[in-house]
Design a protein around this ligand. Structure first.
Ligand code: SF4
Length: 342
């Protein structure tokens, strides 16, 4: 499980090898990842044979959207599950990664939230998701999309800002060893206000996505229990600080749920927040899970909600629900495998 070793400590693993050996292995791990040690062609065969790369086994791999979406359910040796989803677009290939196994935030509409918290992922487990996807792309490609991970979004299982130290180390490795641009990395949070402020102080300028889902405290507390601790005004204030300090724009994420947050009143309040933050709004229809009765909105309700936002001067994108046939929303593959035992 070499991805769990600190990159600078790799050389101590092979004291009898020449000093350049650890550099060769580091390059394979972080610059040109491969699925199997056998593909590390410049290493001696006996050394390759003894290498163990991944800190997880691939429990399921599902392909959807005519080959443009691949979802993995990965299993760590202690049983913790990790989900990652690769999505191909014409000019980018985005990997959605997990920062925790499970999640303690208990958002009512989210499959991961229903299962509660298992544990934080180590930095190496977070980095290994990106390395695995990069190795998969190098071998298989993804249709006509770029055959490399161009964007990383922390929108899989877990609240990344609740696992700050490991997420920070992972981003250090993405932007350092792996040569990714910080702009192509999006940290998505449900509103851990003090950690948003901390993120603004980091040397790299990642993108920030704030999942609001409701535009007043009463509704938001009913959907996102963390709102009791960090009410909307705290989250908005921290986001304003992030934007001001980093010069980056923030986006607002909004999972649209029938009869709950798809009203015109919510749209008006959301538009006002977006104007204040000069934030783009990404709306995504709920991907229903087997564990709650929440449903996605009708087409008419979605259209009315979006029109109200654009009429109020907000910038909005309706995101496609990628991989619906493979349960590709946050935590859903795991939910399905636990529910029906696949
Ligand atoms: S929506 Fe995100 S923060 Fe909320 S429970 Fe699910 S994984 Fe956790």
């Amino acid at each position: 499980m070499l991805y769990l070793t600190e990159p600078e400590e790799l050389s101590s693993l092979w004291p009898d090898e020449p000093s350049y050996r650890a550099d060769q292995i580091r390059k394979w791990l972080y610059q040109s990842p491969v699925l199997e040690p056998a593909d590390m062609t410049n290493l001696p065969g006996d050394l390759r044979d003894g290498l163990d790369l991944w800190p997880f086994a691939i429990e399921t791999e599902q392909v959807a959207d005519s080959g443009r979406t691949v979802k993995w359910l990965m299993r760590a040796p202690d049983g913790a599950s990790i989900e990652a989803v690769l999505m191909g677009y014409p000019r980018r290939t985005t990997l959605c990664i997990s920062s925790q196994a499970g999640c303690a935030m208990a958002c009512t509409f989210c499959a991961t939230g229903q299962f509660g918290f298992e544990r934080h992922l180590q930095a190496g487990e977070i980095v290994a998701q990106v390395a695995y996807a990069a190795a998969y792309l190098a071998r298989n490609g993804l249709g006509t999309s770029p055959p490399r991970v161009t964007n990383v979004v922390f929108m899989g299982m877990g609240e990344p800002l609740a696992n700050y130290a490991n997420v920070k180390t992972a981003i250090d490795r993405f932007t350092g060893l792996m040569g990714m641009s910080a702009r192509s990395i999006t940290v998505s949070t449900v509103g851990v206000a003090p950690a948003i402020r901390k993120l603004a102080e980091e040397p790299w300028r990642v993108s920030l996505a704030v999942s609001l889902h409701a535009a007043d405290d009463e509704l938001r507390t009913s959907l996102v229990p963390l709102n009791k601790r960090y009410p909307l005004e705290d989250v908005i204030g921290a986001t304003e600080y992030f934007v001001q300090r980093t010069g980056r724009r923030a986006s607002i994420e909004w999972t649209l749920i029938a009869g709950t947050n798809d009203t015109l009143e919510q749209a008006d309040k959301l538009a006002a927040i977006a104007r204040r933050l000069r934030a783009h709004i990404n709306v995504i229809a709920l991907n229903p899970t087997p564990l709650t009765s929440d449903q996605p909105p009708s087409r008419a309700a979605t259209t009315a909600f979006l029109s109200r936002l654009t009429g109020a001067g907000a910038n909005v994108t309706l995101r496609d629900t990628r991989g619906q046939d493979i349960d590709a929303a946050c935590g859903q593959l795991r939910a399905r495998s636990l529910t029906i035992g696949t």
